[in-house]
Design a protein around this ligand. Sequence first.
Ligand code: CAA
Length: 384
Amino acid sequence: MEFSLTEKQKMLKKITRQFAEEYIVPIARESDEKQELDDKVFQKMKEMNYFGGCIPEEYGGAGLHNDTIGFSIIIEEISRADAAWGITTAVHNGVAAYPIYKYGTEEQKQKFLIDLAKGNKIGAFCLTEANAGSDAGGVQLTAVKDGDEYILNGTKIFATSGGIAGTLLVVAKTGEKESRKQMTVFIVDNKTPGYSVGVKEDKMGVRASNTSELVFQDVRVPQENILGNPGEGFKMAMKILDFGRIGIAAQCVGLGQAALEASIKYANERVQFNQPIGRFQAIQWKIADMSCAIESARLFTFKAAYLHDIGSEFGIASSMAKLVASEAAMQAAHGAVQIHGGYGLMKAYPVERYFRDAKMGEIYEGTSEIQRLVIAANLLKKGA
Ligand code: CAA
């Protein structure tokens, strides 16, 4: 077993940290307040090829499609600066661009992947509906075949980057067989007539990341835009989420790391009872527990990434990573606010934002309860 990063991975960490410290950290609070991602950072992200993170170089990407540990490192470092940029980059790569690379036809790759890799278009994954949250099988948005096209009707909600996305992976109901819904995943361009962005959500955390309602009214999509096979969309969506959850885990590791570092700095500086509060055991134990939680979350994330890259079954590992990392980030953010005391409640200190951001990780791309369900169901199915 090898615990050290490759030279390339170490370099990715160093470069991304420098980039994030220089461009993202200084405006993270402002972006949170404005509920908008900064344009200058956006342009820089494009130049640095972060939107092409897990896309092969032949499609204009950074070539980390077979180095998910490297990809996780990028997401961790970006999220350490601002979890809103972390989720935007993770979702774009993990549940939009990468699935087109992995399951798409060559024609689809030429048509959609190159623009996604360059960041000319942002990607979104549209599964959730008013009646299909944890119960992904409850999708009601329909796609009805009409000649060589499908006509999509319905509404998606809570789509990360939905309002800024140019390329959408849309999970639609395409029929019913033996009383079970048949679903299909479509690649939809945002310029398609009948498609519109609805309500932009006003969220608790990762506020700079766009979360929107998306409306499909007689949206005609050519059948060559089907990702995978018609009728197999539910399993496709599950496989997409298996990979996507590694990115969310990495996002949570970065956020938790930021909360830990802020706590260490504050504990060394803040003097009460004539000494830095870091000398008190009550603070030391919190810092020790936070660092153990973050480090185990990082190892879980790298393990899931590693299993993916060697072509092994990684679904359970990605659910474990997402579960452990999101709860570690919450623990770290909670501890960080507590260590900062009254200052931790103030917007002048980033830990206030970390606390709100951390809660999101336990919800999106499958709640902690769903991760436990996936892990247990798989283990029980396999047997002792
Ligand atoms: N890979 C391949 N196949 C899978 C699979 C996987 N990971 N998981 C399940 N399947 C298959 C099953 O084997 C089964 O196949 P058969 O019919 O051949 O037996 C089929 O899919 C149905 O499986 P289940 O009976 O287990 O399905 P279910 O209805 O009980 O649901 C669930 C299972 C795990 C709860 C699923 O609904 C789920 O993951 N829910 C959470 C959804 C989620 O994460 N939503 C977040 C959306 S994205 C988001 O947050 C916003 C964003 O913008 C990023």
